[in-house]
Design a protein around this ligand. Structure first.
Ligand code: BEZ
Ligand code: FE
Length: 290
């Protein structure tokens, strides 16, 4: 194949993939090539702009390490992560909605007993969280496994600290036979996603801020139910309608209620103000058609 021009190059590339035995991969690559070429034609991409794009992606790769995933941040801030989450987690009305996973999940987080303080020294105002894991008919699901993680009052997850010694504000818990769970932690606060790299520069150039509204992450597993990856967002947060990664759903917004010093829900005597959060989760049975 020679003498390809701007009108014939797309078909020439696709023809080269025709023998590809993996059908799904061929479908993905065909669509990707078509959309990429259409994009370049539509914006009349210049050679300098093409090279700036290559440099941006190169820097994005160089920014990645075992502690930092700049490509996920790019996907998140372009809305791709939330799109993929939404189209893969359609659920019947009444089930708790899913939202983005984010880059700060850690496997095998420390196990705690119900009622423990999972902050483990993380900076922030005390908060007591309670809820129940149920099915769509309101029946308690016994013994669900809950993993949770959140940023501290300075807006950082434990894994973002260079000299991290222990996991903080991160835990694995098991709900009781009655589906109930409760634990102590710190209040969730809004924080900016890491923005000292190419994705931060991109946001800045676009006139966008890097902030996420305050939230608490949950990953909930129970036998016979779809795994739920979600957050609970803090009502009243100024970034609920401009989340840098487009993850907010109204059904996930809840009140963090502030209390003056006194007796906490677990009967702890608190001599500083504290917060409470009540939130129930509804899981989707695996058998439900999407
Ligand atoms: C998070 O909520 O942890 C998060 C999500 C997307 C990008 C950065 C952080
Ligand atoms: Fe987060």
């Amino acid at each position: 194949m020679r003498n390809l021009n701007e009108d014939t190059i797309t078909q020439a590339v696709l023809a080269r993939h025709a023998e590809m035995p993996n059908e799904r991969f061929r479908q993905i690559m065909t669509s990707l090539v078509q959309h990429l070429h259409s994009f370049a034609r539509e914006v009349k991409l210049t050679e300098a702009e093409w090279f700036a794009g290559i440099q941006f992606l190169t820097e994005t790769g160089h920014m990645c390490s075992d502690k930092r995933q700049e490509f996920i941040l790019l996907s998140d801030t372009l809305g791709l992560s939330m799109l993929v989450t939404a189209q893969n987690n359609r659920k019947p009305e009444g089930c708790t909605e899913s939202t983005v996973f984010g880059p700060f999940y850690v496997e095998d987080s420390p196990e705690y007993a119900l009622g423990d303080d999972i902050a483990n020294g993380a900076k922030g105002e005390p908060c007591f969280v309670r809820g129940t894991v149920r099915d769509i008919n309101g029946k308690a699901i016994p013994n669900a496994r809950l993993e949770l993680w959140q940023a501290d009052a300075d807006g950082f997850y434990d894994v973002q600290y260079a000299n991290q010694e222990a996991h903080r504000a991160r835990a694995t818990l098991h709900a009781g036979p009655d589906g109930k769970f409760h634990f102590r932690t710190i209040v969730a606060e809004a924080y900016p996603i890491p923005h000292d790299g190419p994705v931060g520069r991109m946001l800045d150039t676009l006139g966008r801020h890097p902030w996420r509204p305050a939230h608490l992450h949950f990953l909930i597993k129970a036998a016979g139910y779809e795994t739920l990856i979600t957050h609970v967002f803090r009502n009243g947060d100024q970034y609920l309608d401009s989340d840098a990664v487009f993850g907010v759903r109204s059904s996930l917004v809840a009140d963090w209620v502030r209390h003056e010093p006194g007796t906490a829900p677990d009967d702890t005597r608190m001599d500083v103000p504290f917060f409470t959060l009540d939130f129930d989760f509804v899981l989707n049975p695996i058998s439900n058609e999407k």
